[in-house]
Design a protein around this ligand. Structure first.
Ligand code: ASP
Length: 720
């Protein structure tokens, strides 16, 4: 009663404008922006040095990029906390029918039992530096657009190679902040031995499965512990028994008492990509052309894979990672398509651009310099729209089958590896080539001939639809056999390929990767012949993309310039997989008319959802603990329950998976893993009203470790 009265008074004060609620702001702030913030006023009780201090130790030293996800160190012995879905490929790789870590979870009772997370790497920021001038100095006036793109790419590669030579063992990346305009060099400490420490069963780590993915209310235990290892002398090294746990400069302190509604929180992480600074033409292309194509393609692949998965447990395990990825993207895109339509986002962009154009046209000088930017971008997207079915086909075709993709990469490598290091495609540069090979080998483990064949066939059938200047001759040659109908001709081709090709065999593949183009040209098999004939088509396509990129980069760089003049402010660059800060509050929202969501879910809600069949299997043990009300010390006092997931108003995207959610003091209170359905659109436009991120409440993780997981040793390691 008292509380309600307080709420009413607060509401009246807000309406009168005498009180303002501290709203979260749009913006994934780069490190370079942190010192400009008035942290106290925003709600932090840390000062900016404690948050980020390039000359000392700060919170940022505890945050890592874990193979594309985010994670954090939570003990002095290199213990890492990240999402279950981020660790899933590692779990899948060590799972077999006999040792089903997916089904049962995984617990290493001591360090000697931890399992290698093959292919996983850790990156931590060492330092960063603006290199825009150096990068752009490579561009000369007389260059055409393709040459421009190539010159910038080459310059970036040169910078990276030089820096990695200067700092052996470190990893350098140049990130494009504003397209075609600003570039920042990041130098990372790089760890190559990562191990699996603890994961819950998949039924918990993914509770609710695809049905609940990108949704609230949510009850998912999306967490896993891993550990980073280095050589005994502290240097970065590949896996070895002799390696020792890495001692991070900083590890996060866990706040076991968690948070409550309206508490201030912030997130540090590596958001992947956002597109907010792109134009209406790009939005239209995404909404009307690209996303519907992918939703359709992935939908049909899911159908194929799911059917084949039912065959047996081994096949199901093999296809699980691919299926998870396809589902995740498809549902996100569906959310984005719905929001594009509901919010009329493309129309809004158009209206903004109209106002900008009026501003430009109103000034002679501006008109001369910037008058045609929007028109030219529009023309480019018209061209891209026409080419779209052809472009999409080519870009997905070589990825659709393990056999084809390996054969293509082998041939590509033979050509690229002959070039000078900085002139090669990035995957074949010396700094990346062993990793590229490792990924190819790792992919073999999941090779499922039935699935591979059917997707390959489906893509060939799709190619039949490409006509006239878009028709792909090497494929037409296979299909157009006199007297044989199309499907039969494709079937025959597939049959020969899969009975002859050995590109799924480790030894053969390794051997082929050593062959020169000349040697490969002498090998006469249907698959390699197809690759050889397709190669010039892909080469032309690459040149076209470079030419388009060069043109667009220049236009977008000028667009940002004039937009800044128009708005009189500077902007935050779109996400680009570099470290960002975002802040907000533990807060619910209203996704639809008459629906209000509150920001905590609980164990009670999890049990309510239980159907004991996928994807809602709570399991006997959890149900038993719940029925005994064995909540222990990690509870949500206001509900006398164990909090499971939380909702908060930060600005996150893919790549923020596994990011720590921190309280005002910088202590860990949650683990970010998702966004709500309405917020999938924030890759294109953020708003406080619908942008909500979802995290696992740290209390659920701790409760789970203590009561369910027999992992008290990890609590101890985290000082709890
Ligand atoms: N769950 C998401 C992902 O798959 C995280 C996000 O996009 O917010 O990347």
């Amino acid at each position: 009663m008292k509380l309600n009265l307080l709420k009413i008074i607060l509401l009246v004060l807000i309406l009168l404008g005498t009180v303002t609620i501290n709203q979260a702001d749009e913006g994934m702030l780069p490190l370079s922006e942190i010192h400009k913030l008035d942290l106290k006023a925003l709600g932090f009780s840390l000062d900016s040095k404690a948050l980020y201090n390039p000359n000392g130790v700060s919170l940022i030293d505890g945050i890592i990029n874990l193979s594309g996800c985010t994670a954090s160190f939570v003990s002095p012995d290199g213990l890492i906390l990240t999402n279950y879905h981020c660790a899933f490929p590692a779990i899948q790789r060590v799972t077999t029918k006999e040792q089903d870590f997916m089904k049962n979870g995984f617990t290493a009772l001591d360090k000697s039992k931890e399992l290698v997370a093959k292919g996983y790497t850790v990156r931590m920021i060492d330092f960063y530096k603006d290199v825009s001038k150096e990068v752009l100095s490579s561009v000369k006036k007389r260059m055409n657009y393709e040459q421009r793109t190539k010159a910038i790419e080459k310059k970036i590669k040169k910078i990276v190679v030089k820096i990695e030579k200067k700092y052996p063992g470190k990893r350098a990346e140049v990130a494009e902040m504003f397209i075609g305009k600003t570039y920042v060099l990041f130098v990372y400490v790089y760890i190559k031995d990562v191990r699996l420490v603890y994961s819950p069963p998949r039924s918990i780590g993914e509770y609710g499965g695809e049905e609940d993915n990108w949704m609230w209310p949510r009850h998912t235990g999306d967490f896993t512990f891993m550990r980073a290892y280095v050589a005994p002398d502290g240097s970065s090294a590949e896996y070895s028994k002799k390696n020792i746990p890495f001692r991070p400069k900083k590890y996060l302190q866990v706040a076991a008492d968690g948070v409550k509604e309206e508490d201030f929180v912030f997130v540090l992480g590596y958001p992947g990509r956002t597109f907010r600074h792109r134009t209406s033409h790009f939005f239209n292309y995404e909404e009307k052309i690209k996303k519907p194509y992918i939703v359709d393609l992935y939908g049909s692949m899911i159908e194929i894979y799911e059917k084949i998965s039912k065959k047996d447990r081994t096949t199901e395990i093999k296809l699980s990672s691919a299926l998870k990825r396809l589902w995740n993207v498809m549902k996100k895109y569906k959310g984005q398509l719905k929001a594009f339509n509901n919010l009329k986002l493309t129309d809004k962009k158009r209206a903004d651009e109209k106002a900008l154009q009026t501003f430009i046209d109103g000034d002679k000088k501006l008109k001369k310099k910037y008058g045609n930017i929007l028109g030219n971008i529009g023309n480019l997207y018209e061209e891209k729209t026409k080419d779209a079915p052809y472009d999409f086909f080519l870009s997905y075709f070589t990825r659709s089958s393990v056999l084809l993709s390996n054969a293509y990469r082998v041939y590509d490598a033979s050509i690229e590896r002959k070039k000078k290091d900085t002139e090669r495609s990035s995957a074949y540069m010396d700094r990346n080539f062993s990793r590229t090979k490792r990924y190819m080998m790792m992919g073999l483990r999941n090779f499922t001939p039935e699935a591979d064949k059917i997707t390959f066939k489906k893509m060939l059938i799709n190619a039949v639809k490409l006509k006239g200047k878009y028709s792909i001759l090497p494929i037409q040659k296979i299909i157009n056999k006199k007297g044989v109908d199309t499907e039969k001709a494709i079937d025959e081709f597939i049959k020969t390929v899969y009975s002859q090709s050995k590109f799924h065999e480790k030894e053969y593949l390794t051997n082929m990767l050593f062959k020169s183009t000349k040697e490969l040209n002498k090998i006469n098999t249907p698959l390699l012949n197809l690759v050889k004939e397709l190669y010039p088509i892909y080469k032309k396509q690459k040149a076209k993309y470079k030419q388009q990129k060069g043109k667009l980069d220049k236009l977008l760089a000028n667009l940002i310039e004039v937009k800044q003049k128009f708005k009189g402010t500077s902007f935050i660059p779109d996400a680009n997989s570099t470290l960002r800060l975002t802040y907000g509050h533990i807060r619910g929202y209203s996704p639809a008319d008459a629906v209000v969501y509150t920001p905590f879910t609980t164990l009670t809600g999890l049990i309510e959802k239980n159907t004991s069949s996928r994807p809602f299997i709570a399991g006997e043990k959890l149900i038993d603990l719940y029925q005994k009300k064995d909540f222990g010390r990690f509870t949500l006092p206001s509900k006398n329950d164990v909090p499971v997931n939380i909702l908060y108003s930060t600005d996150t995207t893919g790549g923020n998976s596994g990011s720590p959610v921190l309280n005002a003091k910088g202590e860990l209170i949650g683990l970010n893993f998702d966004r709500v359905f309405e917020a999938t659109i924030n890759d294109y436009g953020w708003a406080e009203s619908y942008s909500r991120s979802i995290g696992v409440d740290i209390r659920y993780i701790l409760w789970f470790l203590e009561k369910y997981g027999k992992a008290g040793h990890l609590l101890k390691e985290m000082n709890l």
